[in-house]
Design a protein around this ligand. Structure first.
Ligand code: NAI
Length: 338
């Protein structure tokens, strides 16, 4: 049983490199004496059976009970087979906000310096509503759904996040010049939220212009709020600005449940070889600690990991180094010692 100040967290190690990087996080948390009690549950694409519910009852029960989860990557078959387990998790638990911070890591080469932005993506509707059908042979319709409820909710979340994290600006990204009704509604909700947070600067960009501005001068951005599809694409673009997906964390936030995960996938090419970089999952776990109110500890573990990365002596192969998951985690643990 967890002690009174322990946070119960569901741990879904996932597939491919997932179990290796999840173990690394657990070890680092133990060494930092993080007040987290893990409940480990298994979820995998390999165990999914087409036509049956994607999420096992044990996973649903554990996540509902604990309210917080840390998840390793899960595979998704492309163009056929069962649906995405990640989408199923987001839909089942109504994880409406996908939050992806992007910032430079000192010591690691990247195209830009001083990037520090956060993408807040609507996670439940838009083009990802799963409403596709063939109207006639060779003609497929895919329905984009934008609702006032979901748009108000994500706009409010973005401004609340900015206010709490002492951020200066929120930028709404849209294509309301063409999709006047759907993106128009999204934009209207962002404007209404902006009026309520008048101390936070607000601007609007059309998504194509936003992509150009991001690759020209990413430092002008702070918090960005986007409908689902644009958010998916723009958040990967942002990760590329600071050196790729390898270090990118994320949180999927709902009203009462939050699930944190690294942005990268299962890395089947290196799975089981002890080579995976655990930093993205560790940064996601630090976001989780802050979400649980353990801000100082989250900052401390994150700093230890940034220090190891900045020194450059102990890097995994994806960052041009030679060490494995275990050595990298040991180096972080050493930095955590008083
Ligand atoms: P991937 O991110 O798994 O791999 C792309 C490249 O990056 C590979 O060379 C891999 O070795 C490397 N890489 C990724 N993470 C790494 C890490 N932590 N340390 C060292 N190297 C790392 O992307 P890919 O190959 O497109 O997807 C593989 C599977 O993962 C697919 O089934 C896909 O659906 C799934 N996936 C799952 C995600 C999730 O669960 N959130 C997100 C993205 C993909």
């Amino acid at each position: 049983m967890p002690s009174q100040n322990q946070h119960p967290v569901t741990l879904i190690p996932g597939e491919g490199i997932g179990p290796e990087i999840a173990d690394a996080v657990v070890r680092i948390f133990e060494s930092a004496e993080a007040p987290v009690s893990w409940e480990r549950v298994e979820l995998s694409s390999a165990a999914a059976v087409e036509g049956e519910p994607l999420l096992p009852e044990a996973v649903i029960e554990s996540v509902r009970k604990n309210g917080t989860a840390l998840k390793g990557p899960l595979a998704t078959p492309i163009g056929k087979g069962h649906g995405s387990l990640n989408l199923a998790l987001r839909k089942t638990f109504q994880l409406y906000a996908n939050v992806r911070p992007t910032r430079n890591v000192a010591g690691l080469e990247s195209r830009f310096k001083n990037v520090d932005l956060v993408v807040v993506r609507e996670n439940t509707e838009g083009e990802y509503s799963g409403l596709e059908h063939e109207v006639a042979p060779g003609v497929v319709e895919s329905i984009k759904v934008i609702t006032r409820t979901a748009s108000e909710r994500i706009a409010r979340y973005a401004f609340e996040y900015a206010a709490t994290a002492n951020r200066r600006k929120v930028s709404a990204v849209h294509k309301a010049n063409i999709m006047k009704k759907s993106d128009g509604l999204f934009l209207q909700c962002c404007r209404e939220a902006a009026e309520k947070y008048s101390h936070i600067e607000y601007d609007e960009l059309i998504v194509d212009n936003c992509c150009m501005q991001l690759v020209l001068d990413p430092c002008r951005f702070d918090v960005m709020v986007l409908p689902n599809l644009y958010g998916d694409i723009v958040s990967d673009l942002c990760a590329g600005l600071v050196g790729g997906l390898g270090l990118a964390p994320s949180g999927n936030i709902g009203e009462s449940i939050a699930l944190f995960e690294s942005v990268h996938g299962t890395a089947p090419d290196i799975a089981g070889q002890g080579k995976a970089n655990p930093a993205a999952l560790l940064f996601s776990a630090c976001m989780m600690l802050r979400h649980l109110g353990e801000t100082d500890l989250g900052d401390r573990i994150e700093r230890a990991c940034y220090d190891v990365l900045a020194e450059g002596r102990c890097l995994t192969a994806d960052l041009g180094g030679k060490v494995g998951t275990r050595e990298f985690s040991d180096a972080v643990i050493e930095k955590l010692q008083p």
